[in-house]
Structures are given as C-alpha cells and as structure tokens.
Design a protein. Structure first.
Length: 155
C-alpha cells in the first residue's frame, strides 16, 4: 500500500449527477487562503450552483461557498469569491477545446483532501433534459426494486 495516499472527502455535489451527464473527471488543485482551508476541514463548503470557467488561459471556480472560519477575524476572505484552480496549461487548453463544443460545462463534483492538499474534482458535463432526469429516476427506482427482491429472495 505504498502508492496509496489517504483521501478525505470534505464535500460532494450530488446535484451535479442529477442535472448533468458526467462524461469525464479531472483533478485540480485549488488556491486558497489559510482560513479557507481550516473552514473546509470543518466541512463548511458548499458546491451547489458552482461552475468553472476558463478565462485568459486560467481556470477558475465561481459560486463555490466556503463559510468564513469562526476564529479567522481579519484574515477571512469573501465566501463566494472566484478561486483559481491549478492544472497544467495543456490540460486547461484541452478542457477549453472541449467546453467550446455545444452543451458542455465544467462542474465541480467534490472537494477533498489528498495528503495535506485540497483538491477539487471537476466533471466535463453535458446538461440533462427533463425527460433524461425522469429516465434516470426510473432506472434508479427499478434497480432499487431488483436489489430489494434479490435480498428478500436470499432469505
């Protein structure tokens, strides 16, 4: 187990899986202030309604809410400020080419700690229509019924 680094998930964006088809996942570092890291450790982060943009060759996350750290006083930053994401330039350019295609977006899926670093999992996503959401819900319900029947049958 020498190659495995511990991962502690701080927050997940489960609404993203409901609203989008996630086609590819990427990992990015995130530039934060010290009090923001402490607040994330306490689980005070919200990814709902957040999204990523690429502007001037820089990747940023908008709409991510990190609550101010209680003991942070003057060092606390604005909870909704845009935060820079850290990826290699060629990866950013590849993502930029993909999101220029029709209907694609970069959506934050999770914030987690990998060793001592805060990482953000991004998803290359395509929006779902209403009928897609209904179909996903029907498939999930059918799977749940099958699992329940199998469990009862095993008894």
């Amino acid at each position: 187990m020498a190659g495995k680094e511990p991962v502690k998930i701080a927050a997940k964006n489960s609404k993203a899986y409901h609203d989008y088809f996630i086609e590819e996942k990427f990992e990015a570092g995130i530039a934060l202030a010290g009090t923001e890291v402490k607040s994330i450790r306490l689980g005070n982060v919200n990814l709902k309604d957040s999204f990523c943009i690429i502007k001037d060759g820089q990747l940023s996350v908008l709409g991510m809410h990190i609550s101010p750290y209680e003991k942070g006083n003057i060092f606390n930053k604005d909870p909704r400020r845009p935060r820079r994401l850290l990826m290699h330039k060629r990866e950013i350019l590849r993502l930029f080419a993909k999101i220029k295609q029709d209907g694609y977006a970069l959506i934050p899926l999770a914030v987690y700690f990998k060793n001592a670093r805060v990482k953000l999992e991004l998803g290359l996503a395509k929006g779902k229509k209403l009928y897609d959401k209904r179909q996903s819900a029907a498939q999930r319900d059918a799977k749940r019924e099958i699992d329940r029947a199998m469990k009862d049958r095993a008894r």
